[in-house]
Design a protein around this ligand. Structure first.
Ligand code: ADP
Ligand code: MG
Length: 141
């Protein structure tokens, strides 16, 4: 699908969030400024308007307490700066993504795509021009 501005990407993510189930894992793929963080903001906004979502580019991940639709937490990762599987293990990545009561959203998950579970839902973001983004959903890796 094509979104024509960041609000449309935000709203698209809210619709995805409405159908999200505990243990779901979302891998967001696409270049810088493709809209991965905007998508995550919309996704989390569906659960709470009060949560302030900031890009975890420098912190690698952030945890949001949800407690809605049987979802306890959302783990939001940005793996852009990680290089090795050891770094991923060191932050507890696999314990988090295997939390059956929570959801994981992983920006730049393609760097470690072979280590993500088969059930991972993949969204690819492509910048068409300043305001338009193509977003395609894939299941499995
Ligand atoms: P990423 O996390 O993929 O690096 P961000 O979501 O942080 O990207 O940034 C996307 C940037 O592109 C924002 O500045 C946003 O305002 C802008 N933008 C313009 N059009 C769109 C669109 N259709 N969808 C999402 N973001 C858009
Ligand atoms: Mg981002």
């Amino acid at each position: 699908m094509i979104t024509h501005n960041s609000l449309e990407t935000f709203d698209f993510a809210k619709k995805i969030a409405k159908n999200a189930k505990p243990s779901n894992i979302y891998c967001l793929i696409g270049d810088l400024a493709a809209g991965k963080t905007v998508f995550t903001k919309g996704f989390i906004n569906y659960f709470s308007k009060d949560l302030v979502v900031v890009s975890p580019t420098f912190t690698v991940f952030k945890i949001y307490e949800i407690n809605k639709n049987n979802i306890e937490r959302i783990y939001h990762f940005d793996l852009y700066r990680l290089k090795t599987i050891e770094e991923l293990e060191d932050i507890g990545f696999f314990e988090y993504i295997n939390d059956e009561n929570s959801i994981s959203i992983i920006e730049w998950g393609d760097i470690f795509i072979d280590f993500l579970p088969k059930k991972t839902k993949i969204f690819k973001f492509k910048k068409i021009n300043d305001d338009e983004r193509e977003i395609d959903e894939y299941f499995g890796n």
